[in-house]
Design a protein around this ligand. Structure first.
Ligand code: SDX
Length: 392
């Protein structure tokens, strides 16, 4: 119909879709993937198992998992021609710029899974995306430091394989660190899906036009990049470095409250969580364990803890129900793993690929899904006559 619609800036009160993938109760701080509490998945599952769960709706049997893992492992190579793409980038290109373009370009390589009507091809695209994302992400990093790309080692598990592709130094023996791989796997589980966040909504909207899965996910990567969304993890670390010591925390909190100052506490606040983000709780706890196990001591952790304490006591943050979100502590773990700050949002993208493509598939599997097409409240000029250039 025309004429009657609701004005809802930022979609705060509009459900754009039905979905059976992820449930959030923002007041109670509850997050479920396919009904399973995030705390239980974080404790017992693995990222690949969670990816399977998000995609298929059920936890896999041993056989189903082995088959899925086999496919993800054997599609992890990057097409040799795709490496030419990278050579076109300036060496200091932001890794998110490279990632976004490289993922979009996959649709130029895999014509055999672009038929969105075919469930088998949709699954194949999902596997290729989950498989290739770490390879392409590691290539973004290695290109930026001028190192040769590494082929994926198929005898390694998902996170080990990625860490190897990131950090392996030619001619040095390969040493995998189980603590690092476990920490990374946990962060990937926590970032895997989050219902209709901005990037997932973008993937669904782009997908609703019939665009191919690679183009749809590339759009999601672009949406994730912004500092109000996935780019916050990079922004948090830069903010903590800028604050520098716990002594400067009070003045940072003061600045964040000042409406005339554009400074905001990055990693704080959430559209849906008006209680603690359950993912932030898990990461905060893990942060200490991981740093201890890796033998890393990072003064930025003290700054982060002091900042959280100061904000949670402050009337401004209490009144507005602003709590640390998933991005507040994740960067400290990434940093301890040796991942450079510019790569943090790329890390988020690797994990969220599982959610994006699950939502893209759900859209196509749902009868009656139609193109996303919001309306607007027009605020422009009333009808008027064209004036010739010489008479303006
Ligand atoms: C992610 O949606 C998802 O699910 C996202 C995500 C996922 O997994 O996909 O969870 C991942 O994107 C986490 C969010 C990362 N972003 C940041 O950490 C950036 C800092 N946070 C904010 O920009 C903000 O809180 C948002 C973007 C997260 C939420 O924005 P909303 O819902 O539009 O909040 P709002 O602007 O309505 O805020 C309400 C009030 C405002 O003050 P008043 O105008 O009422 O006086 O709180 C203030 C805001 O100015 N406020 C902050 C603040 N966040 C909100 N003030 C200071 N510091 C902040 N961080």
């Amino acid at each position: 119909s025309t004429g009657h619609f609701t004005f809802d800036p930022g979609f705060a009160a509009t459900a754009s879709t039905k979905s059976a993938i992820t449930y959030i109760d923002g007041d109670k701080g509850v997050l479920l993937y396919r009904g399973y509490p995030i705390e239980q998945l974080a404790e017992n599952s693995s990222f690949l198992e969670v990816a399977y769960l998000l995609l298929n709706g059920e936890l896999p049997s041993e056989g189903e998992f082995k088959t899925f893992e086999h496919h993800v492992t054997h599609h992890s190579m990057m097409h040799e021609s795709q490496k030419h793409f990278f050579r076109g980038f300036h060496h200091d290109a932001h890794p998110m710029a490279m990632l976004c373009s490289a993922i979009a370009s996959l649709s130029a390589f895999y014509h055999d899974d672009l038929d969105i009507e075919d469930p088998e091809q949709r699954k194949m695209a999902a596997i290729r995306l989950i498989a290739k994302m770490p390879t392409i992400a590691a290539a973004c990093y290695r290109y930026s430091i001028g190192w040769p790309f590494r082929y994926p080692r198929n005898n390694l598990e998902y996170c080990d394989r990625f860490l190897h592709q990131m950090f392996e130094v030619p001619s040095e023996p390969l040493e995998m660190n189980p603590v690092a791989a476990k920490a990374l796997d946990l962060l990937f589980i926590l970032h895997a899906d989050h219902e209709q966040n901005a990037s997932t909504s973008t993937v669904r909207l782009v997908g609703s036009t019939g665009a191919n899965p690679y183009a749809s996910v590339a759009a999601g990567i672009a949406a994730l990049w912004g500092p109000a969304h996935g780019g916050a993890n990079e922004a948090v670390l830069k903010m903590l470095e800028e604050i520098g010591t716990p002594d400067n925390v009070e003045s940072a909190v003061k600045r964040a409250k000042d409406k005339n100052d554009s400074f905001r506490l990055m990693g704080f606040g959430h559209r849906v969580y008006k209680n603690f983000d359950p993912r932030a709780k898990i990461i905060r706890k893990t942060c200490h364990e991981v740093l201890d196990a890796l033998g890393v001591s990072d003064p930025l952790l003290d700054v982060a803890m002091k900042l959280e304490e100061a904000a949670l006591k402050d009337e401004y943050f209490v009144e507005r129900k602003l709590y640390p979100n998933v991005d507040f502590y994740s960067g400290i773990i990434y940093k301890a793993l040796g991942i450079p700050t510019e790569m943090f949002t790329v890390m988020f993208a690797i994990a969220r690929t599982a959610g994006w493509i699950s939502h893209w598939i759900e859209h196509h599997e749902t009868p009656g899904s139609r193109i996303g097409r919001p309306r607007q409240v027009y605020t422009g000029a009333t009808p008027r006559d064209y004036v010739a250039m010489g008479k303006r």
